[in-house]
Design a protein around this ligand. Sequence first.
Ligand code: DGL
Length: 271
Amino acid sequence: MIGVFDSGYGGLTILKQIRELLPEYDYIYLGDNARAPYGTRSFECIYHYTLEAVRYLQQQGCTLIILACNTASAKALRTIQQHDIDPQQVRVLGVIRPTVEVVPSLTQTGHVGVLATPGTVASDSYRIELMKQNDSLTVTQLACPMWVPLIEAGEHESEGAKYFISKYVQEIVRRDPKIDTLLLGCTHYPLIQAAIDAELAKAGGRRCTSIAQGEIVAQSLKDYLYRHPEIEQRLQKGGECKYLTTDDSDKFADAATLFLGSPVCAMHVDY
Ligand code: DGL
């Protein structure tokens, strides 16, 4: 089985694209909604929470786990890969690597913006990894601490959310007006992408395109499975998906159904 993990609802934006491209596999989606957001937490805390989720998904039979969370990918992935898992038993992949491999080819001006959680920005992972791909890029990062709490609370279409969407988009454009590629470096942000684009249009000046990660990560997973037939062969292919949450299952099912566009049953889990 393929496990897809996020602190909350954000990873559904990745799962949706993965299942569209690779519908034949069985999936488990796990949202740690009870402890979201992760983005403002310490390194130790994010590592500890992410490791618990990885271990739980492994116990459920996942042999491939996608951390569909930039914060966990930035703060916990490497340590887990190097110290906590046996790659013969389970592979754990993140979302930052596949994203930075694509983004440099999308910019004309060489000016890239990254909107992400405070944790992802503080880790500097995007700047470091983007510069490895192309050291002539100019990378501007901005933390958007209010966006995930608003999305997790289902308040992302409220007036309050509009204020904070405008605030962060205007701020990054002000910091570097030459940005033409704006990466949404948090898997929750596609839920407000239309509002972000509307703000970008208002900001005027250079045309700037916002980039969500779902399709990029899905394509990268497809390539990965093609390159690793030994992993691909161990995956079950029933086309099923289970939805698990550490918070209230009805609340999760409602939000997920709304977002995925088809009815979803969710189950509460403790680990
Ligand atoms: N969706 C996650 C990310 O991509 C984490 C959001 C959070 O829990 O703060 O960073």
